[in-house]
Design a protein around this ligand. Structure first.
Ligand code: GMT
Length: 379
């Protein structure tokens, strides 16, 4: 980064998803490094609440305008307009867009209006693997990727996928996600764990937005197999369209009494910190931030061998991977970890070690700061 502090705008989704979490935590760390950070979005990002102050970071709400003639509220145009105001009023020199569409599109638009503010875009996955591959957004996503001044992706898998899906040959810097290893720690107070499980029960956990890509029914299937072999409980954290199906399946498989659906909340670290095993059977996952947060809490992971997950979970070291949909293999792996105390403890330690080394903010955040410096310096 330049000697003088930069003024940086951050565009991200406000919901509980991993991209908003990464954007917020990164923005907070960039602010702590002495830069002025302005979040721009339709709602206060999930994990930003309580962190704003008169010295920043700041939050600017994207205005929305409904008019009978408009069939849609045009959120991308509204975001570009609000960002333009923020760039002009505050002298923002760099916009960091999390997701090619709609955020990089809005940032590129604001850059073109103002003639200022370079654009760094971070690809998180869904825009490339799901939305971007949808022909309705193909050209706009490719344009956003090509016209950004710098592009990062959260995994090698995603960078490769982006090149394949969009045929772009520009540089895409891989910067893995990070975890706050001081916040995501083992919770040793037995009273916290006692709220959810008896001491002799294994505590399995899943955190997601319950979208089809997460295969939450597989979570319940794996848990039912585990629970038929040993005393166990399952915590389902998050919310989304597949939650009713998962709930119904838990009833059908007779594990509803041992499964708790806790909904969505920001301080997920406490629940991860008392858990024994994290389940992530997604059909695709560009990274799997929730798995990393579990690892930081010394929780081994059983996951699908999909997308960027193998870049996070090291097979046989910090967890086990199985083919997508192979709930028997996942249940076998879960039982193997939960029945072997030494294996369980060793994997937990290795998981924590990975969080402290490969995925520590001290290692990852400077890569973003360096990319900002290069991008602003090129102006
Ligand atoms: O997992 C989701 O569906 C939410 C999505 C998001 O936009 O928050 O997560 C994506 O970004 C995360 C942060 O980089 C990654 O950890 C997730 O793997 C990625 N989700 C998918 O690729 C499905």
């Amino acid at each position: 980064m330049r000697q003088a502090p930069e003024k940086i705008a951050v565009l991200c989704h406000s919901g509980a998803g991993g991209s908003g979490v990464v954007a917020t935590e990164l923005g907070l760390m960039v602010a702590r490094a002495g830069h002025e950070v302005h979040f721009v979005g339709s709602a206060v990002p999930f994990r930003l609440a309580g962190h704003q102050g008169f010295q920043g970071p700041y939050y600017h709400q994207v205005s929305s305008f409904a008019y009978a003639l408009f069939e849609q509220p045009y959120p991308e145009l509204a975001a570009a307009n609000t960002l333009t105001e923020v760039i002009l009023e505050h002298g923002v020199t760099l916009s960091h867009a999390h997701y090619a569409i709609p955020h990089a599109t809005a940032a590129i638009h604001a850059k073109s209006i103002t003639g200022r503010s370079r654009v760094v875009t971070t690809l998180h996955g869904t825009d490339v693997t799901l939305v971007g591959a949808e022909p309705a957004f193909r050209h706009t996503t490719r344009h956003a990727i090509e016209r950004s001044d710098h592009v990062t992706a959260v995994s090698h898998f995603l960078a490769e996928q982006t090149r394949e899906v969009f045929g772009v040959d520009r540089e895409i810097e891989v910067i893995h996600n990070f975890v706050d290893a001081e916040r995501f720690v083992r919770v040793t107070d037995p009273r916290v764990r006692a709220r959810f499980a008896h001491p002799d029960e294994a505590l399995l956990v899943h955190v997601s937005n319950f979208r089809p890509v997460k295969r939450v029914e597989d979570v319940v299937q794996v848990f039912a197999r585990v629970a038929s072999e040993m005393p166990a409980r399952l915590l389902m954290i998050g919310d989304g369209p597949e939650r009713p199906r998962a709930f119904e399946l838990a009833g059908q498989l007779g594990v509803i009494g041992r499964t708790q659906f806790l909904g969505s909340f920001p301080d997920v670290q406490t629940v991860l910190g008392i858990s024994d095993l994290f389940l992530l059977p997604s059909s695709n996952e560009s990274f799997g931030l929730a798995a990393l947060e579990a690892m930081s809490c010394e929780v081994p992971v059983v996951a699908a061998r999909a997308g960027g997950i193998p870049e996070v979970v090291e097979e046989g070291v910090t967890g086990f991977l199985a083919p997508v949909g192979d709930v028997d293999a996942m249940a076998d792996a879960a039982l193997r970890v939960l029945r072997d105390r030494d294996l369980y403890l060793g994997m937990g330690r290795a998981a924590r070690q990975a969080a402290l080394t490969r995925f520590h903010p001290d290692r990852i955040v400077p890569k973003y700061l360096a990319s900002y410096a290069r991008t602003v310096g090129e102006a």
